[in-house]
Design a protein around this ligand. Structure first.
Ligand SMILES: *Cc1c(COP(=O)(O)O)cnc(C)c1O
Length: 226
């Protein structure tokens, strides 16, 4: 079941990339396994998948421990993070996709330096102006990028967004275009800031058409969450 879902999503990704004149290998699929048991990650891994997304710091830490025998397993942290849990992400995450404030960046960098590693980070931008959601407001993005780029334990890998809940996948397109435009604007000063982490189960094809380099797909692979 999981193997089949992965194959189906991967072929939709490949098609969306080709339709956009892009090489499918430019798009990484993060299989979002939040709230699902480690056994399901193991099943996807057995089917050949390596990159996963987790929202909660402790859950990521626990899955990393349970799955430590799986070589090349990548657990990406994609959810909001409190600074006091930064250590779990520094220790166990392949990358962090929801960096939205300098205090958190400093804490992550300090932890990563102590561990002798550099953590790829995506800056999450709050494009819907939604107070209840994470993400730096677009007005604050330049300052956050400039400050983060100074930190030795972090590599600025790109931008991330979660558009407001929308009825139609097409309705997300303007948000994806906006994120790409913001990324293009930063790239001259910060060449490593090349990635676009955008697109979920309902809208990843639209995101790929607009330049996504990472799509985060959960329910379409592992089933709906309880
Ligand atoms: C849960 C989640 C996803 C996956 O959502 P689906 O709709 O299940 O594909 C992607 N990104 C983030 C940040 C999430 O929290």
């Amino acid at each position: 079941m999981i193997a089949e879902n992965l194959r189906a999503i991967q072929s939709r990704i490949d098609k969306a990339a080709r339709d956009a004149g892009r090489d499918p290998s430019e798009v990484t699929l993060l299989a979002v396994s939040k709230t699902k048991p480690a056994a399901m990650v193991r099943e996807a891994y057995a089917a050949g998948h390596r990159a996963f997304g987790e929202n909660y710091a402790q859950e990521l830490r626990d899955k990393a421990a349970e799955l430590a025998d799986l070589k090349d397993l990548q657990l990406h942290a994609i959810g909001p993070l409190q600074s006091n849990k930064a250590k779990y992400i520094a220790q166990s995450a392949a990358a962090f996709h929801a960096l939205d404030r300098i205090g958190l960046a400093e804490e992550l960098s300090k932890r990563c330096v102590a561990l002798g590693r550099v953590l790829p980070c995506y800056l999450e931008v709050n494009l819907g102006g939604e107070a209840q959601k994470g993400g730096v407001m677009p007005e604050g993005l330049d300052a956050l990028a400039d400050a983060t780029a100074q930190l030795p334990g972090i590599r600025l890998a790109g931008l991330m967004c979660i558009p407001p809940n929308l009825e139609e996948p097409e309705a997300a397109r303007p948000y994806f275009v906006r994120l790409r435009t913001l990324r293009d604007g930063l790239r001259a000063r910060h060449p490593s800031c090349a990635g676009l982490s955008m697109g979920m189960s309902g809208d990843f094809e639209v995101a790929i058409a607009e330049g996504a380099t990472v799509v985060r797909v959960g329910s379409a692979i592992f089933g709906t969450r309880g």
